[in-house]
Design a binder for this molecule. Sequence first.
Ligand SMILES: [Cu+2]
Length: 158
Amino acid sequence: MHIDDLWRAARGFAAILLAGAFASSAYAHGNNFSAGEPGDPKKSSRPILITAIEKDGRMVFIPHRIEVRRGEQVKFIIRNAGETDHEFILATTQENLKHAEEMRKNPDMEHDEPNGKKMKPKQTAEIVWKFTKAGTFEYGCLIPGHHEAGMHGTIIVK
Ligand SMILES: [Cu+2]
């Protein structure tokens, strides 16, 4: 191989590394939520009340299905009306299942993020969220056993 070709290859490789570094830093800064983006609390939003509760041997969110318009800003007001801790994590079903798997290994993982809150019994949490992408998303409780017990809901963004 000629020395010029080696240089060209080396430059190409450096460009790939640089692109990768930018991509991973965007992810680390949390700009990469699957269900849209954190909302602006100063702007108006549609309030949606959600109750987390244990019921008839199951664990549920009421309601368990919500429809949102694409671009709409929503304020989730989530009340834990149950007798044990619950969480509300907004993502895709696939991400929530993967996250639930991680929590089985590390059950004391705490959540206080733009897309997820943990509530003790009788506590209420709020999440202001802007649904920028069309699709089907999920809110789930990832405390071990809860998702399996029924604690997840569907959000349809049209
Ligand atoms: Cu729960």
